[in-house]
Design a protein around this ligand. Structure first.
Ligand SMILES: [Zn+2]
Length: 141
């Protein structure tokens, strides 16, 4: 889909902050994070955001990719004991998982109801370096 934002990110037409990727998925830092290290796991191939219509194999692989990235996020922050996953797709119609590192005991509803502002590029670059260096498998797609 030529007009899809995430397809453009996957192709590299729009710059992003990738922290992990494999053959079928890429994980990038969300530039509108409600929490530090909020990350999107995006399929490299375009699929609609309606997860109920995904091929089973794609949904399974998205879940496994998200699990790997969540493990990187959880292990990279000293105040994070778990990372939550949300599949919503309200805005961009390209399947993606949102990963929320749970810093402290802040309820997830706080993240979901906030209206985050854009993170600055220095912060995102620092986070990208931290998270990429924590990745046990920085597969190249
Ligand atoms: Zn797309």
């Amino acid at each position: 889909m030529s007009d899809c934002l995430f397809c453009k990110i996957v192709k590299g037409d729009i710059p992003s902050y990738p922290i992990w990727q494999d053959k079928n998925f890429i994980a990038i830092l969300d530039i509108f994070p409600a929490t530090i290290g909020q990350t999107l796991v995006i399929s490299k191939k375009h699929y609609s955001s309606d997860f109920s219509k995904l091929p089973d194999s794609v949904l399974k692989d998205l879940s496994i990719a998200s699990k790997k990235v969540a493990q990187i996020l959880t292990s990279s922050f000293t105040d994070v004991s778990r990372t939550c996953l949300v599949l919503e797709g309200f805005d961009i119609d390209h399947i993606h998982a949102k990963l929320y590192p749970m810093h402290g005991l802040t309820p997830l509803s706080t993240y979901l109801s906030s209206k985050p502002s854009q993170a600055n590029s220095n912060t995102l670059e620092s986070l990208q370096q931290l998270l990429k260096s924590s990745s046990p498998c920085q597969g190249r797609g």
